[in-house]
Design a protein. Structure first.
Ligand SMILES: *[C@@H]1O[C@H](CO)[C@@H](O)[C@H](O)[C@H]1NC(C)=O
Ligand SMILES: *[C@@H]1O[C@H](CO)[C@@H](O)[C@H](O)[C@H]1NC(C)=O
Ligand SMILES: CC(=O)N[C@H]1CO[C@H](CO)[C@@H](O)[C@@H]1O
Length: 281
């Protein structure tokens, strides 16, 4: 009881701290429990991230100032999803990056299956989390099937055993990435521009849960955990460079399920743990 009271006072002060700061580049909000709670927030942070240092990168190049893959490849970037109460962000990051890139290539598979990685990738820990390098290596060696074949079932936090067949009884067909690479900040923009969304992991602080709009820059609160998403673009807003990323917390969180985060200084380690696969139908 005392703890709950304390937690809600703390959450309120995060929103006030962010919104009352005139130098803030983003707006915080208190979400209703239907969108996110502190417990769901913590349950979703399932990516093992490495320590990082904030360093500035030289991002000067010939690429445009603003880029949005949804405009570059209309109809090919698949909708925002919801991992619910499971630390499967790492699996959504990989499945959605694969799905978007396959869709850009003209394959007609729809969403790829995070459940396949949650249940079948023996090098990661299902709802208890995963490593980006493991998940990408697994996707190259074993592949990933479609959402139609293996729909998401772990929203409650329970992980069913790896099935032998698709839900309709047909054999599981998986798509392997042809190759994948770890990217530096410069390569992140080039990859996104040429081949579509990229998979990223970063360190999450408590104030991130309350993000509503603008360019996220950590303001207050300690480290809550590690998270993985996909970035679908970049740009500059009020002189602040940002990555445009797609979260897996449903469309009611952030900017229709997306967020912007400071670009070019390894903020929260966002430019230290990015991966891109080469795909083929
Ligand atoms: C069963 O599902 C798979 C994967 O979505 C699909 O390729 C296959 O055509 C389906 N089979 C039948 C008999 O509906
Ligand atoms: C993070 O980025 C910095 C700057 O480019 C680099 O020196 C460092 O090796 C990177 N660390 C990892 C783990 O990739
Ligand atoms: C490279 C690869 O694994 N391609 C497969 C992708 O999935 C389709 C069917 O869903 C297969 O026909 C391809 O061989």
């Amino acid at each position: 009881m005392f703890f709950l009271l304390f937690a809600s006072v703390l959450a309120e002060s995060i929103v006030e701290t962010v919104n009352n700061d005139p130098s803030s580049t983003w707006v915080a909000v208190e979400y209703p429990a239907s969108v996110i709670t502190r417990a769901k927030f913590l349950a979703r942070l399932g990516t093992y991230v490495t320590k990082y240092e904030e360093t500035s990168f030289d991002l000067d190049n010939a690429l445009p100032e603003n880029f949005d893959s949804r405009e570059q490849w209309p109809g090919k970037i698949l909708p925002v999803r919801d991992q619910a109460s499971c630390g499967s962000c790492w699996a959504f990051s990989v499945a959605e990056t694969m799905g978007d890139r396959l869709s850009i290539k003209g394959c007609d598979f729809g969403d790829m299956s995070p459940q396949d990685l949650v249940s079948c990738d023996t090098t990661d820990m299902g709802c208890n989390g995963g490593y980006m390098d493991h998940a990408w290596a697994w996707t190259k060696s074993h592949g990933i099937t479609t959402e139609k074949c293996m729909p998401y079932q772990s929203g409650s936090g329970r992980v069913p055993a790896c099935p032998a067949k698709c839900v309709n009884g047909s054999a599981i067909v998986r798509n392997k990435s042809v190759s994948y690479k770890k990217l530096n900040a410069q390569q992140m923009m080039e990859e996104l521009y040429e081949n579509g969304p990229i998979s990223v992991a970063f360190t999450v602080y408590y104030d991130f849960m309350n993000y509503k709009s603008g360019v996220y820059v950590h303001k207050t609160g300690g480290i809550a955990g590690g998270h993985a998403v996909l970035c679908v673009g970049w740009g500059v807003e009020d002189n602040t460079p940002y990555w445009l990323c797609q979260n897996s917390w449903g469309p009611a969180w952030g900017e229709k399920g997306h967020f912007k985060i400071l670009r070019g200084s390894n903020h929260c380690g966002i430019e230290n743990q990015s991966y891109a696969p080469e795909v083929q139908c």
